[in-house]
Ligand binder design. Structure first.
Ligand SMILES: [Zn+2]
Length: 212
């Protein structure tokens, strides 16, 4: 197929902490992608990159670090906008003809699916998304994005247009040595069920939430 991935040339001195282990075609309802599996060299974490088209270091490329959300991505939950954001990101990349999504398997902002369900139970009783995590003894957000950013470098990218509302993700991408050309807001339709969740993300977590 037309996809040629540029070999990783290590221009900084940082130690490599992820390794590419498998790659295959992935035709989807949105378009033709390649799916690439990565493993962390420092933990048991696995990552998946969804890549469309040819990635070139000198061309600003649409990217997203998407944090796994089983309830939103798989079941179409209305408690959050994750599934809609993933769909919007895939569509934008398909329209552009090239781009990459790193899918980070850290469910529930890093607390795991069981604890996320427990947090939802607390939300059923009136807690917001942050209060629920804190009442379960977790930080509001347990995720880190360094290795996701490293994967973007490993894919051969150097200049990126980041589809994210999360400043921490953009910082991690910059810190990895990538040039962030712009932030591309993913305007997802707001819905009465997750309007409160978006408000909390914006007011308590510093997300740059933009809704259509
Ligand atoms: Zn979600």
């Amino acid at each position: 197929m037309g996809l040629r991935l540029i070999p990783f040339s290590n221009t900084n001195t940082a130690q490599k902490t992820v390794v590419r282990v498998a790659e295959a075609r992935l035709p989807t309802e949105t378009g033709e992608f390649r799916i690439i599996g990565f493993r962390s060299l420092t933990s048991a974490e696995e990552f998946v990159a969804l890549v469309r088209g040819e990635l070139r270091p000198n061309r600003p490329t649409l990217v997203r670090i998407h944090s796994q959300c089983m309830t939103g991505d798989v079941f179409g939950s209305l408690k959050c906008d994750c599934g809609r954001q993933l769909e919007a990101a895939m569509k934008l990349i398909e329209q552009e003809g090239h781009g990459a999504i790193v899918y980070q398997q850290q469910e529930g902002r890093g607390i795991g699916i069981i604890n996320k369900i427990r947090a939802y139970a607390l939300q059923d009783e009136g807690a917001d998304t942050i209060e629920a995590n804190e009442r379960l003894g977790f930080a509001a957000d347990m995720r880190s994005y360094e290795q996701c950013a490293e994967i973007l470098l490993e894919l051969g990218l150097r200049a990126v247009r980041v589809m994210s509302d999360n400043p921490a993700k953009i910082r991690a991408i910059r810190h990895a040595g990538l040039h962030v050309i712009e932030r591309v807001p993913l305007a997802v339709e707001t819905h009465e069920f997750f309007a409160g969740y978006l408000k909390t993300k914006k007011e308590k977590m510093g997300h740059l939430v933009s809704v259509a």
